[in-house]
Structures are given as structure tokens and as C-alpha cells.
Design a protein around this ligand. Structure first.
Ligand SMILES: [Zn+2]
Ligand SMILES: [Zn+2]
Length: 239
């Protein structure tokens, strides 16, 4: 028996580009047969929907609202909901999915928007964080044309991203080769921003066991006990 978990998912409570609420994401993934999802809304240095002029701690609390909405609905309908954040340190190209860091850690570092990728990775790891470099080869208007890789900063690489962006399959294949070259655990992420369309691509991983929490999820990936969903996106540019 294998259990489906989505690792990369957005809500309109916290991501400016999110099209549906956390509760709707929970319902959509439950309907699609998932056991659990990770809500990974964009942080303040990315496409965040949280007002900039509020006190730092209040901004962090508001950021958590997408996750909380999904969790509340997930608890009701029987879907596990885990927490992560998609960060883009110093507004450069690379984006990391960050797991296993509590709300207090985010609140304790109001200076983190000034951190570069190495500093962010060092601080996050020191606190027990787990970092996945998502869509490392993506080319898009909001990213500079250069690809930045941080093999020593990340714990895993998202080699399959299911969100359509130009030559998506080619970006995914390059990410796959990169992870192989540096012997990094590989992940897949739907990068689902929500849509009324039922066939909106969903990704993630298959787990051979029901996971307890974020800690368990990261261990599973670290120990490479999971299988990739979405392998068709290595060949297919999607919808
Ligand atoms: Zn987005
Ligand atoms: Zn994303």
C-alpha cells in the first residue's frame, strides 16, 4: 500500500498567486485520493499576499493562515496537513521549500529577509530545518536568466515540478540530472496554486507508510524511502 503526499501547494490566504483557499486545497486533494499535503506558501521575499507594513510577528501569524485553514478542513475530512514555506532569499533566483521549523523560529528572525542563500541555509539547518531546492532550472519572468545551484545548502532537490512553465519537462530533466550528479534525494511537487479545473496537475510523493508529521516526512525523504509521483512531467510539458 502506498500513500500520496503533496509537498508543494499554495493558498490564497498567504500567496498572492494562490487561486483557492487552504480549505479548498484540502478538499481537492482529499477528493484526488491524497493522504496528506504540505502547504508551502510564498514567504515575504516571494509572491506573498501578506501586507508589508505590519509588525513582523503579525505578518508571520498571517502567513500561517493558509496552513491553518487547510489543517482545520483537513482535520474535519480526514486529510493530513503539514507546514512548510517557500522562500526566495534576497530575491535572487533559487527558491527553497523549508520544513521542520516552528512558528517561533520564523518570528525570532525579523532580519532574515537580508540573508543570502548560504546564510539562510546555515541558520535554518542550525534550527533543524530541512530544505528542498524547488524547480532549480525554471525560467520565468520573475526569475533572473541565470540558474543558481546550491548543492551544499539543500537536503533534497525537487526534480519534478508539475506547474506548467514553458519547457517544463526539460527543466525537470535538468533538475533530475543535477540531483543525480550530487546524489541528492529527489522530490516531486505539484506547485498547485488551485484552480476550478479538476485536472489541475497535482504531484508529490508516494510513501510506503502513513506519516506522523513533518519530522517523519523529512526522514522519509532523507532515507529515500519514497517514490516520485508525476514522472510523466519529465516528458510532458503539462496542461
Ligand atoms: Zn506562486
Ligand atoms: Zn511554489
Amino acid at each position: 500500500m502506498l500513500y500520496a503526499y503533496e509537498l508543494h501547494c499554495h493558498t490564497n490566504e498567504a500567496s498572492r498567486c494562490g487561486e483557492v483557499s487552504g480549505a479548498e486545497q484540502a478538499r481537492a486533494h482529499k477528493a484526488a485520493g491524497y493522504t496528506g499535503i504540505c502547504i508551502t506558501d510564498h514567504f515575504f521575499n516571494g509572491n506573498s499576499g501578506i501586507p508589508r507594513d505590519l509588525p513582523w510577528e503579525e505578518r508571520i501569524d498571517l502567513h500561517f493562515r493558509g496552513y491553518e485553514a487547510a489543517k482545520e478542513e483537513g482535520d474535519r475530512i480526514g486529510l493530513q496537513v503539514f507546514f512548510g514555506i517557500e522562500v526566495k532569499p534576497l530575491s535572487l533566483a533559487a527558491e527553497f521549500l523549508v520544513f521542520r521549523l516552528p512558528r517561533e523560529w520564523w518570528k525570532a528572525h525579523p532580519d532574515m529577509l537580508e540573508w543570502d542563500h548560504e546564510t539562510f541555509a546555515m541558520e535554518a539547518h542550525r534550527a533543524g530545518g530541512f530544505l528542498i531546492h524547488c524547480h532549480p532550472y525554471r525560467q520565468a519572468p520573475y526569475l533572473p536568466p541565470t540558474v543558481y545551484l546550491y548543492p551544499d545548502c539543500v537536503d533534497a532537490v525537487e526534480v519534478i515540478n508539475c506547474r506548467q512553465r514553458g519547457s517544463q519537462a526539460a527543466y525537470n530533466r535538468q533538475a533530475y540530472e543535477y540531483a543525480k550528479k550530487y546524489d541528492k534525494p529527489m522530490t516531486c511537487g505539484g506547485d498547485n496554486h488551485g484552480s476550478a479545473r479538476v485536472d489541475y496537475p497535482m504531484g508529490g510523493i508516494w510513501s510506503p507508510r502513513i506519516l506522523r508529521d513533518e519530522e517523519d516526512l523529512c526522514e522519509l525523504i532523507q532515507n529515500r524511502q519514497h517514490f516520485l509521483k508525476g514522472t510523466q512531467y519529465l516528458f510532458d510539458d503539462g496542461i
